[in-house]
Design a protein around this ligand. Structure first.
Ligand code: PGA
Length: 251
């Protein structure tokens, strides 16, 4: 069954990020009053950086506490140790964890330097399921429609696993590394099936470079050629966009 996703178009990328931060903060505050702690799925990349900055500001001003939040990141590069400057562990500490009152023992990412990455992927999937899946999942989107590192061709029921990154993704992420040859070729990513078990999904996309991926995700057919299109099969998805990323949507 397909659902019409909710779309929230902000005038600027900065405003879109603030709206996502506000949605997450509200989710955390509501969950704090319920017996089940908030399980927040987190994304990396450039797009969510202002979201994390805004969440940190809310915590610093005493408007929000993340003390009872458990987080699970979408992915990590295979081969990078936690303390590698380009690991997503390092990213999360730099962008969010070091600036908020979160219990670090409740923050989770796959171990990129695990001796057996396949086994690590299975462990991570089990940890997510044991936590009760994500109550709120934040996503970005790749220019090729990937969510997490679920590249085109990913199955809708895929679980956490080791994946090969596409050349497009390697090129897009090379900007974070000194040399394109330093970009890992594999990652551990949660699956599309793992993502679709989340109660609520928020996808943030900003900038013209994401407009065609966003349009295909929302208005195109549901196809593994464009993994974000599987979000149309989830009942509670909100795309938060700036005007540029929304530029190719049908009216
Ligand atoms: P970006 O990455 O935010 O750096 O564009 C998004 C993604 O690839 O999911």
């Amino acid at each position: 069954m397909n659902f019409r996703v909710s779309i929230d178009i902000a005038p600027t990328a900065a405003e879109a990020a603030i709206r996502v931060s506000a949605r997450i903060a509200e989710h955390i505050s509501i969950a704090a009053m319920s017996p089940r702690p908030c399980r927040l799925g987190l994304a990396t990349g450039s797009t969510p950086e202002p979201v994390y900055c805004d969440l940190a500001g809310r915590v610093a001003r005493g408007e929000l506490s993340m003390a009872s939040v458990a987080t699970f990141n979408l992915d990590e590069y295979v081969g990078l140790a936690k303390d590698h400057p380009q690991s997503y562990h390092t990213y999360m500490h730099r962008q969010l964890f070091d600036h908020v009152d979160i219990d670090l023992s409740q923050t989770h990412l796959p171990r990129g330097d695990a001796v057996d990455p396949e086994q690590e992927a299975k462990r991570y999937e089990q940890a997510i399921a044991a936590a009760g899946d994500m109550s709120c999942q934040l996503l970005g989107i790749g220019r090729n429609g990937h969510i997490g590192f679920n590249e085109p061709g990913s199955e809708p029921d895929s679980l956490t696993r080791v994946v090969q990154l596409t050349e497009d993704t390697i090129r897009a992420n090379a900007r974070f590394f000194d040399d394109i040859d330093d970009v890992p070729r594999q990652a551990i990513t949660v699956g599309i099936g793992t993502i679709l078990r989340s109660q609520h999904i928020i996808l943030l996309a900003t900038g013209e470079s994401k407009a065609s991926a966003v349009a295909a995700a929302i208005d195109g057919p549901v196809t593994k050629g464009h993994p974000a299109s599987f979000l149309q099969t989830h009942p509670k998805v909100t795309f938060v966009l700036d005007r540029a990323a929304a530029g190719l949507l049908r009216d």
